[in-house]
Design a protein around this ligand. Structure first.
Ligand code: TYM
Length: 333
């Protein structure tokens, strides 16, 4: 029997605010599950260089980088099974971004919606923010990922990564695999609790709009009980007419493993109050283990885990990057 080649998984998160239920259900649950697959080699990265494209305070940022690592460990990222590190500690990421930038047409970057969305919301239009998707492509291609588990909002970036991998390979030879995205069927786009027509987001100034994975049971209950819904009393799934209820049905389905149809049938006529209480309890049960593991994590241990990860990632990256340098005419001398 021939041995199956392992598939490399890569994904990242910006350390720019508390990790919320959208991040968790859209991406991190998949990250954790992929660790159990013997044919997968998982790599997870805190993309702090990306985080610098938003306005930030260096002191808060320092704390947020470590905090993000702690929460990911509490969620179940296992550094013995996954390569887990901080992007800024592996300078091959920005080096590869520069090289990929030389095969990125301006027109391709101009079509990226995140830059437009963020600058319209008041984020300063700096070069880092504009070229963000090129650094993201470098993240994915650096260690030759085949599969990228993300939420729905990252699809356009993965499409661009595929495009850049192909452009590079056509120009310099077959160096990069062309990666696929892995987006969950339900909860790929968890919506805001206060405006269910927009996605749940770390940057929403209203904390009631999202559930943070470390929220207490009381906070979760309050936020879900006050989630914006509609005035028709029936619980049913209809994204267009009933975005709030549909979002809660998706969240409950993701937390319980029960189908949306099944839940809609059970709660159809019981009233929104009863339904919301059930959603809150399902979310509380799902998040309980994360809170308890988080409370027992030690900062110094977390820092050591990241240092070990960075060392391993640098070693791995150096080998792969030499292939790129050779291909583009940057031989060692
Ligand atoms: P970030 O930090 O915004 O989010 C981390 C992950 O959470 C997912 N996500 C959601 N999923 C469902 N519903 C939501 N409301 C929701 N909000 C966020 C995101 O899709 C993401 O998977 N550009 C990336 C970071 C990045 C990256 C990479 C990802 C940089 N380099 C390389 C993958 C591979 C981002 O800002 O994710």
């Amino acid at each position: 029997m021939t041995e199956q080649k392992k598939r490399t998984v890569f994904s990242g998160v910006q350390p720019t605010g508390n990790i919320h239920l959208g991040n968790y259900l859209g991406a991190f649950r998949n990250w954790v599950a992929l660790q159990d697959d013997p044919n997968i080699e998982p790599i997870y990265c805190i993309v702090d260089l990306h985080g610098m494209t938003n306005p930030y305070d260096p002191k808060d940022f320092e704390a947020a980088r470590l905090e993000t690592a702690k929460v990911l460990l509490a969620i179940g990222i296992d550094p013995d099974r996954s390569l887990f590190y901080m992007q800024s500690q592996v300078p091959h990421h920005p080096e590869l971004a520069w090289i990929l930038g030389t095969v990125t047409p301006m027109g391709v970057l101009n079509r990226m919606t995140q830059f437009k969305d963020k600058t319209e919301r008041g984020v300063p239009a700096n070069l880092g923010l504009f070229s963000y998707p090129v650094l993201m492509a470098a993240d994915i291609l650096l260690l030759r990922a085949d599969l990228v588990p993300v939420g729905d909002d990252q699809r356009q970036h993965i499409e661009m990564t595929r495009d850049l991998a192909e452009r590079f390979n056509n120009r310099f030879g077959e160096v990069f695999p062309v990666p696929d995205s892995l987006v969950p069927e339900t909860s790929a786009r968890v919506m805001s609790l206060t405006d269910p027509t927009t996605k749940m987001s770390k940057s929403d100034p209203n904390p009631k709009s999202r559930i943070d994975v470390l929220d207490s049971p009381d906070e979760v209950r309050k936020k879900i009980m006050s989630a914006v819904t509609d005035s028709e009393p029936t619980v049913r799934f209809d994204r267009a007419q009933k975005p709030g209820i549909s979002n809660l049905l998706e969240i409950m389905s993701a937390c319980t493993g029960r189908s949306i149809d099944d839940l809609a049938m059970e709660y159809a006529d019981g009233g929104y109050g009863v339904f919301k209480e059930a959603v809150a309890e399902a979310v509380i049960a799902e998040l309980a283990p994360i809170r308890s593991i988080y409370q027992n994590l030690d900062d110094a241990d977390v820092a050591r885990i990241l240092q070990r990860g960075a060392l391993d990632a640098r070693t791995k990256a150096e080998g792969y990057q030499q292939e790129v340098r050779d291909a583009v005419g940057l031989h060692r001398q």
